[in-house]
Design a protein around this ligand. Structure first.
Ligand code: GLU
Length: 553
């Protein structure tokens, strides 16, 4: 077959050659070792946590190597297009401090960089040119099977072929069409899909080094995969080969789910004679379902699959990034302990340290990481971040916080800015409930509104009654504490206590019990940040009123 002639028959309007594009997008002038990496999401309406995870790897690696991190929008699946989805994905990357250096920046916004267009649907002419090239070198053929043709029809055709030729070939039936048959179909205006003429032998394997999975042995591709659909649009397997080549990608980081089709992608690179980039197939973030089985994070079932969820919940960007780093590099946690005050960006992130097991998404761990991060912030930072959050998600609380900003900051400073700050706030949405008693948002009307399980109500009331009489707002911490001690001794709760009987001299439990009763009256809970600070920040009358209130219930 004269492939050149066939190429002209199939693509009469394509005049350029691939050399035109290879010259137009020359090799990037970057320093030795600089990596070029991309995030290439399909516009599905949100940015999946898994994509953020891959983006993190690419952003961190290109930052470290002085390379380029770019955004390419893979919008060729027209059926699934969602308005604004690309913009959302770009904005999310920026929000999470992973702003790309180059590429698409949102619908209707100018793109950055010389290797565009960075939106696949705008690159159809380029794909056509590359498609024509593959036909002209005998590595692609047109397939006229109609989409409606079911599996059965295709199987029947294969059977027919088998009977005629006597060999079994798991290849596409249309690969054997003659030039005349093809020409005839074209004349009749039949649409065609372009398929790869695979030369792989599925009996053979080859060695492949994946930057995360390590050395692997892979079966050669034997499938005549679709390169261009009959509507002229190329699927991922063809489009990314062309794009990553022209855009100079050096490492492709993508989800593990692409690994099974890797051999076919490599065959397409090979058919062109292009050197493929290095690949890093990331493990997939999983979680346990109700039955204890591991499964992939799913947009439908898990709100945390969409990175906007963390924003709505009020997790700081740093917390989410540090959590992802925890999932990615197991030595990050130790590094964090040794370097509590450094930025996570100072961590020497290495792709080679990424484990190949699928990590589990664990909210408890995320919360711990986040509590740790928030505990290290100074009160102004906490106040600013909290206000920013409340402004968008809780206007009522925002008004409360900003009405008396000094007071709010002092509340947020309780047990903060010291050597052992309290680690209790994981996300900004926690604060309103956590400190409801400091912002007039805790208004108990009955004893059950307090945390009183296993509490001796008689003693609680007795303590609160006594304490209301002696409470002095101007006491310093030592005097404040001494006063409580004195009262505890006077009330002499210790005598019926088992621990007291065992060791009367050292028994201090009565003081902590007394403190607990006061704490319940003031905050509603058995545990709270420093009680002295809480009382000092409230008005004197407020403290006494709360003590009296519980006594009268
Ligand atoms: N568009 C593909 C996706 O959204 C990109 C995969 C890749 O990063 O290569 O999954």
């Amino acid at each position: 077959m004269d492939y050149k002639k066939l190429a002209d028959l199939l693509y009469p309007n394509v005049k350029e050659t691939i050399d035109h594009y290879l010259k137009k997008y020359p090799k990037r002038q970057l320093k030795e070792g600089a990596e070029v990496m991309r995030i290439a999401p399909s516009p599905t309406g949100y940015l999946h946590t898994g994509h953020a995870y891959s983006a993190f790897i690419s952003r961190a690696t290109t930052r470290k190597t002085n390379g380029v991190f770019y955004f390419r929008l893979e919008d060729t699946d027209q059926k699934r297009l969602i308005e604004n989805a690309g913009t959302i994905a770009y904005d999310m990357l920026c929000y999470y401090d992973m702003k790309p250096d180059e590429g698409y920046t949102g619908d209707g916004k100018p793109q950055i960089g010389d290797y565009g267009d960075y939106v696949q649907s705008k690159r159809i002419d380029i794909y056509k040119c590359f498609a024509k090239h593959l036909v002209s070198v005998g590595r692609a053929f047109p397939c006229f099977c109609e989409k409606s043709e079911g599996k059965e029809d295709v199987l029947n055709k294969r059977q027919e072929q088998l009977e005629n030729s006597g060999t079994i070939e798991d290849k596409d039936v249309c690969r054997h069409l003659t030039y005349e048959e093809i020409e005839n179909n074209i004349k009749q205006g039949k649409p065609f899909a372009l398929k790869l003429l695979s030369m792989g032998n599925p009996e053979k394997t080859f060695k492949f080094h994946d930057l995360i999975k390590g050395d692997r042995e892979i079966r050669e591709n034997a499938k005549d995969i679709v390169l261009v659909k009959s509507n002229g649009i190329p699927p991922y397997s063809f489009a990314h080969v062309v794009d990553d080549t022209l855009m100079g990608t050096t490492i492709v980081v993508r989800g593990e789910e692409w690994f099974p089709s890797l051999a076919s992608h490599l065959e397409v690179f090979n058919a062109f004679g292009f050197k493929p980039p290095k690949y890093a197939h990331t493990p997939v973030i999983c979680k346990l379902d109700e039955n204890g089985n591991k499964r992939k994070l799913s947009k439908r079932k898990d709100p945390e699959a969409d990175v906007r969820y963390f924003i709505e919940q009020g997790y700081p960007v740093v917390s989410v990034m540090e959590y992802l780093l925890n999932l990615l590099n197991s030595d990050f946690e130790q590094w964090r302990e040794r370097n509590p005050m450094l930025s996570y960006k100072d961590f020497d992130f290495k792709i080679s340290k990424i484990g190949s097991n699928n990590p589990m998404f664990d909210f408890n761990k995320l919360n711990d990481v986040s509590k740790n991060h928030i505990s290290k912030l100074i009160k102004e930072q906490v106040y600013d971040n909290l206000c920013e959050y409340a402004k968008n998600y809780d206007e009522m609380f925002y008004n409360i916080l900003t009405k008396n900003s000094e007071y709010s900051k002092n509340v947020l400073n309780i047990d903060r800015e010291n050597a052992k700050p309290r680690k209790d706030i994981a996300k900004w949405s926690d604060v309103k409930t956590y400190y409801n008693y400091m912002f007039n948002l805790f208004n108990p009307t009955k004893l059950e509104d307090y945390e009183i399980q296993d509490v001796d109500i008689c003693k609680l009331k007795e303590v609160c009654q006594e304490y209301a009489k002696v409470y002095n707002q101007s006491d310093d911490k030592q005097i404040w504490f001494n006063r409580i001690k004195e009262m505890a001794n006077k009330l002499d709760y210790a005598t019926d206590n088992k621990l007291y009987k065992q060791n009367p001299q050292n028994y201090k439990g009565n003081v902590s019990d007394v403190c607990m009763y006061i704490r319940i009256a003031i905050t509603g809970r058995k545990n709270s940040p420093d009680l002295y600070s809480i009382c000092s920040l409230l008005e004197k009358d407020e403290v006494v009123n709360r003590l009296n209130k519980i006594c009268n219930m």
